[in-house]
Design a protein around this ligand. Structure first.
Ligand code: GRF
Length: 209
């Protein structure tokens, strides 16, 4: 049986697509069980529909408080028995309701080498700063903005002729690979947290140390 992902989105959903496509492969450990969008116009909704994946639009403005909004998301995720929650271009800060319901079970993909350039427009921030390398990060989600323990990263070069857009495009291709790799790793390898370091354990012996 495949492990079940709940994917939260707000936009075009190319990272969601990467997880949908990977999930169709026989030897890949997960499938997307449910998609939740906070934006009724997100193209990610169409991607989910095309793949026959249940999709829920849950909008913040329909709830009085963030807690009530997240209670609704939590209810849907629990009803689909998800094993992991993936934020794939979800443009909101996750609050305590979801963090407490899914401890160490929420991951996010961010388009920079964290801890550099957290927050919005990370690719443009990196380009403006003049870094020679940037990339992407998948991390566990905590109460901060792009601050949780790092699970995986990929590096891309920044060229002199780059624009923020061309850099973002190069990073995005790596994001799709990284996200698919990290999700697989989380379900096929043992890991533990030491401080804020995510340590993957090669075998059972390592685990005892
Ligand atoms: C990606 O760049 C991701 O790193 C960031 O938001 C963007 C989402 O893109 N968090 P998409 O919706 O997956 O195409």
């Amino acid at each position: 049986m495949k492990k079940r992902l709940g994917v939260l989105v707000s936009g075009r959903g190319t990272n969601l697509q990467a997880l949908i496509d990977a999930g169709k492969k026989k030897n890949y450990p997960t499938e997307v069980a449910v998609v939740i969008s906070d934006n009724p116009n997100a193209y990610a909704i169409t991607r989910a529909q095309k793949a026959n994946i249940p999709v829920y639009v849950i909008q913040r403005e329909d709830y009085k408080t963030k807690r009530e909004y997240e209670e609704k998301i939590k209810e849907v995720l629990i009803s689909y028995k998800v094993d992991l929650v993936v934020l794939a271009g979800y443009m909101r800060i996750v609050g305590r309701t979801l963090l407490l319901a899914f401890p160490m079970k929420i991951i996010n993909i961010h388009p920079s080498l964290l801890p550099s350039f957290p927050g919005l427009n990370a690719q443009k921030q990196a380009w403006e700063h003049g870094v020679r390398f940037s990339g992407c990060t998948v991390h566990f989600v905590d109460e901060g903005v792009d601050t949780g323990p790092i699970i995986g990263q990929k590096v891309v070069p920044v060229y002199d002729h780059d624009t923020p857009e061309s850099l973002a495009e190069r990073i995005l291709k790596k994001e799709h690979k990284l996200l698919v790799e990290v999700v697989k790793k989380l379900f096929t390898e043992n890991y533990k947290l030491e401080g804020r370091r995510v340590i993957f354990l090669k075998d059972k012996e390592d685990e005892k140390r």
